[in-house]
Ligand binder design. Structure first.
Ligand code: HEC
Length: 225
């Protein structure tokens, strides 16, 4: 019973020492050298914040099972990690249409390399296909209002963006940062999904997928205690 706590304390102590040492290195870089080095120290801090964001995105991709559909299951060392559908078994039949999880590695031709992090954010928050939606900050949730496209090109089911959109801005941007910067590009072309002429607009209505933000708690189907 006592041992795990001790081990934890030991770990925390040594992590504390390591933090102390790296702080000393940064401080001496700032004080002893030219202003050029001070900028480098700031860059290092920015770099650390970026790495923390990428690691947060990686954790979210793992625990939301993105690779269960996009390739690689739960193993980020898998050769097909996030590189899209490869066989019939990876495809989905939605009514008369076949849909295919796309390559979401940062390859410029076949993956999400040509999209910005904001376009990936817009895909996860609003369900808008990044290849067919302008790279702008979306200002409403209703087609035709603000700059939400009047005829939105939605991601084909079963991409679960109606659920993923409830993650925070910070979480969705972390996923975008991981996909763009923390994954190796894989050149693998996935045939486009099929879909109805309205690009699934009839499927993605508030009555069936709920609103954003969600209805206040408790709704008629919930209880507060
Ligand atoms: C149940 C299967 C499934 C899961 C789980 C899933 N996706 Fe998808 N995803 C799809 C399908 C299918 C498409 C293709 C949609 C289309 O062709 O319009 C897609 C498309 C995308 C796209 C658009 C890529 C492009 O080039 O247009 C992104 C980005 C994406 N998914 C990210 C994610 C992330 C991040 C997660 C996990 C948080 C995730 N997906 C989980 C099925 C899934």
């Amino acid at each position: 019973m006592v041992r795990p706590t001790n081990t934890l304390h030991r770990f925390e102590r040594s992590a504390g020492i390591l933090r102390g040492v790296s702080l000393l290195i940064v401080l001496s870089a700032c004080t002893n050298q030219s202003s050029g080095t001070a900028v480098a120290a700031t860059d290092m801090q920015t770099g650390n914040a970026r790495m923390a964001q990428i690691l947060e995105g990686r954790a979210l991709v793992l625990n939301h099972d993105c690779a269960g559909c996009h390739g690689g299951r739960s193993n980020p060392a898998h050769p097909y990690w996030l590189s899209g559908a490869r066989t019939k078994d990876d495809e989905f039949t939605i009514g008369p249409f076949t849909t295919r999880p796309r390559n979401i590695t940062p390859d410029n031709q076949t993956g999400i390399g040509r999209f910005t992090e904001r376009q990936i954010f817009n895909a996860l928050r609003y369900g808008l296909r990044p290849g067919e939606t302008p790279d702008v900050e979306i200002s409403s949730f209703t087609p035709g209002q603000g700059n939400f496209p009047l005829h939105p090109r939605y991601l084909a089911p079963p991409m679960p963006w109606p659920a993923w959109r409830y993650m925070s801005n910070k979480q969705l941007y972390a996923i975008a940062a991981y996909l763009k910067n923390g994954v190796k590009p894989v050149n693998h072309f996935v045939k486009d999904s099929e879909g109805p002429p309205d690009f699934w607009a009839a499927v993605y209505v508030a009555d069936s997928i709920g609103g954003f933000p969600p209805a206040p708690f408790p709704t008629v189907r919930e209880r507060a205690r």
